[in-house]
Design a protein around this ligand. Structure first.
Ligand code: COI
Length: 361
């Protein structure tokens, strides 16, 4: 039976004037709406106790398995306000399906796609005033699931919590759409063969943080992880996929090997490429090919992509041997076109020719 998310409204909502101040300049991941959706799973009863409740701290037993063994997964998607005031989601079925794949990998229970969607439509409907309008703002949605059973034995938890929170968002990178610099780490790997690289689990991000700090020390905003087996192949960045634009008119992204996150934005760009007169290519790309290509002009542009990052141009790569600027360091033409096309679909300014958008309010 499907879950019903009954709404228990907060008695203490954010005053409208303060909310408007936040929406005028939301940043990324700093502010949260008045409510959150919750549900519980137990091995005995399956999914139950679903509701939309006031946003606030979660009571957690200190022995909760997630705090010890990191049995946790999450998703990221956005609600967009169109010019007519309506609110839309972009390919939420893809996030629901990926959350189920992540759940399987982390030995967590799968949340049915209809319950995933129902948690979102109920929360966004309740907190609709929090969906910003104008510019490239949106309401970032963060569904997550974790082992809440108090038990120190190492086995899949018998009690699991699902929570959905929402956060008004502007650009992910503080500098907006300016090109970012990428540090190529030789010290760390993000994921190994048979590991959790394709799952959206907190552990992948935790293990990227030291490399991310190394990148920041080098004046870079993100880190590029080569594969762990050979240290040779481009996989992905700390929290986003990567694309190269070649002078042969190809849009190339590293093929999915089981250790790369199956990004929804990555997949959408593969589909949009042909509309833009480009040839989409998924294949292995070596770090050596990348650096040689940007040096000799075979690779004209490079960009990062993800729900939070949208399409973010890459201005230069750096490693222990030096710095490798991409093109003239400005935002490339193809990067701009792909970015614009994606955003136009998401904000309802271009025809939704792939049926990607779902109206929820
Ligand atoms: C997203 O793009 O939604 C992510 O989860 C990545 C994270 C860097 C914010």
């Amino acid at each position: 039976m499907s879950l019903i998310f009954d709404v228990h409204p907060t008695s203490d909502p954010m005053p409208a004037r303060r909310r408007e101040e936040i929406l005028a300049n939301p940043g990324f991941g700093q502010h949260f709406t008045d409510h959150m959706a919750v549900a519980t799973w137990t091995a005995a009863d399956g999914w139950h106790d679903s509701a939309v409740v006031p946003y606030g701290p979660i009571r957690l037993d200190p022995a909760a398995a997630v705090l010890h063994y990191a049995q946790e997964i999450f998703e990221g998607l956005k609600a967009y306000r169109h010019d007519d005031g309506s609110i839309w989601l972009f390919r939420p079925d893809q996030n629901a399906a990926r959350m189920q794949r992540s759940a399987r990998r982390l030995a967590l229970p799968e949340l049915p796609a209809e319950d995933f969607l129902s948690s979102i439509t109920t929360l966004v409907g309740t907190d609709a005033d929090w969906v910003p309008s104008g510019g490239e703002t949106s309401l970032y949605l963060r569904p997550f699931m974790f082992a809440s059973e108090p038990f120190l034995g190492v086995r899949p938890a018998q009690r699991v919590s699902y929570v959905l929170i929402a956060s008004p968002a502007g650009a992910y990178f503080a500098q907006g759409v300016k090109p970012v610099n990428i540090w190529i780490t030789e010290s760390y790997s993000r994921a190994g063969r048979g590991g959790t690289g394709a799952a959206k689990c907190g552990g992948n991000y935790a293990s990227s943080l030291l490399a991310q700090s190394e990148a920041a020390e080098q004046g870079c905003e993100q880190v590029l992880f080569p594969d762990s087996a050979e240290g040779k192949w481009v996989e992905e960045l700390g929290g986003m996929n990567v694309y190269l634009v070649t002078n042969a008119g190809e849009l190339v992204t590293p093929e999915l090997t089981g250790s790369i996150l199956e990004g929804v934005t990555r997949d959408s760009i593969l589909k949009l490429a042909t509309d833009e007169g480009l040839t989409p290519v998924e294949r292995k790309v070596s770090v050596e090919e990348l650096l040689r290509g940007i040096a000799d002009g075979a690779i004209r542009e490079v960009f990062a992509c993800g729900t939070a990052a949208v399409v973010t141009p890459i201005g230069a790569f750096k490693d222990i041997d030096g710095e490798y600027p991409v093109g003239d360091g400005a935002v490339g033409e193809v990067t701009q076109k792909v970015r614009r096309e994606l955003l136009d679909i998401q904000y309802g300014r271009a025809e939704d020719r792939y049926g990607w958008m779902t109206k929820i309010a």
